[in-house]
Design a protein around this ligand. Structure first.
Ligand SMILES: [Zn+2]
Ligand SMILES: [Zn+2]
Length: 282
C-alpha cells in the first residue's frame, strides 16, 4: 500500500485564536501530517464580534483564510476554520454554532471541506448598568469559564472590551462602557472567539475529526483524498397512496468532488410510511 499523500506533509493552519490544539489531534491520528499554526491577523475577512462585517459565505471565507497562511509560508496545503453562532436557520428561538473547516490542496487542485452544526453552545447577552445584580446572567453565560465582551449600548459595535475572564475586569468594563454610552447602559455578551469559548472549542474539535476522516479516505476511482458522505438520494413513494415525496431519504450517497465518482450506500427505505406522507397524513 502506498502512503497517504498527506503523511508527513507540512500543512499550515491559519489561525488567530489558538485553534491548533483543537484541530491537530485528529489530523495526527487520521492523516499523520505535520500540521502547524501560522498566526495571522484574519480580521480583514471579518470578525466574530461583528465590528467588521463578513462578506463572503463561510466556506469561502475559510478558503481565503487558508490561502493567507499558504501565501505567507509558501506551502501548497492549508487549513482554516470559520464559525458562526446565531439563531438557528431552521429551529426558532434556538442558537446554533456552525463550524466550517476546509483543507485547500493546491498540489492536487482540490478543496476538502466539512461543516458541523451544534446546539451545544453557551451564548448569552444582557443590557445592564453599573451596580446591577447580574449574577443570574453570569451563571447562564458560564462565566468565567466562558469569556465575555462588554461594550456601550449602541447600534454600532464599537469600543468593545473583549476577553473578560474575571469580575474586576468585568465591573471596570461595565463602568467604562456605561460612561461613554449615550443612555448610560452597557451590553455584555459572550466572547465567542474560540479561545474564550470552551463550548465552541468542542464543536471545532468535532468538525476537525470529520475533516481528518474525510481527507484520510481516497476516492476509489481517482485516488484523490476527500472521499466521503455527500448527501442522500431522495424520493420515496408512499406505500398506501403511491404518491411520491421527493424529499424523503432513500439512501446515503458517497462521492468524490474531484472526479464526481458516486457510490450509493445501503437502501435506508424503499417506501414511505403513510404516517409521514403529506397526502395520507397532511
Ligand atoms: Zn475521484
Ligand atoms: Zn400516502
Amino acid at each position: 500500500m502506498t502512503a497517504h499523500p498527506y503523511a508527513g506533509k507540512r500543512i499550515v493552519l491559519t489561525s488567530k485564536h489558538e485553534k491548533l490544539k483543537l484541530i491537530k489531534p485528529a489530523f495526527d491520528q487520521y492523516l499523520g501530517c505535520d500540521l502547524f499554526e501560522e498566526n495571522l491577523d484574519t480580521d480583514q475577512l471579518g470578525t466574530f464580534s461583528g465590528e467588521i462585517e463578513r462578506t463572503a459565505p463561510p466556506r469561502e471565507t475559510a478558503i481565503l483564510k487558508a490561502r493567507l497562511g499558504m501565501n505567507s509560508t509558501g506551502l501548497k496545503i492549508g487549513v482554516a476554520s470559520e464559525g458562526s453562532v446565531s439563531p438557528d436557520p431552521v429551529i426558532p428561538f434556538v442558537n446554533s454554532n456552525i463550524e466550517h473547516l476546509v483543507l485547500v490542496d493546491d498540489e492536487n487542485q482540490i478543496v476538502i471541506s466539512e461543516v458541523y452544526r451544534s446546539f451545544d453552545i453557551t451564548v448569552a447577552t444582557i443590557t445592564t448598568s453599573p451596580g446591577k445584580d447580574i449574577s443570574e446572567f453570569l451563571q447562564t453565560a458560564d462565566f468565567p469559564n466562558h469569556g465575555l465582551i462588554v461594550r456601550p449600548n449602541a447600534e454600532k459595535k464599537n469600543d468593545c472590551v473583549k476577553g473578560i475572564r474575571d469580575l474586576d475586569s468585568l465591573n471596570n468594563a461595565i463602568a467604562a462602557s456605561s460612561r461613554i454610552s449615550a443612555n448610560g447602559l452597557a451590553v455584555i455578551e459572550s466572547d465567542l472567539r474560540a479561545h474564550f469559548s470552551p463550548s465552541r472549542q468542542k464543536n471545532i474539535a468535532i468538525v476537525a475529526k470529520q475533516l481528518a476522516v474525510r481527507a484520510s479516505r481516497l476516492c476509489p476511482s481517482c485516488q484523490m483524498p476527500g472521499w466521503g458522505r455527500s448527501g442522500y438520494e431522495k424520493g420515496l413513494k408512499c406505500s398506501t397512496c403511491k404518491l411520491e415525496n421527493p424529499d424523503a431519504i432513500r439512501q446515503a450517497k458517497t462521492s468524490c468532488d474531484n472526479c464526481n465518482h458516486i457510490l450509493l450506500g445501503q437502501v435506508l427505505a424503499k417506501e414511505l410510511d403513510p404516517a409521514n406522507c403529506q397526502f395520507c397524513n397532511p
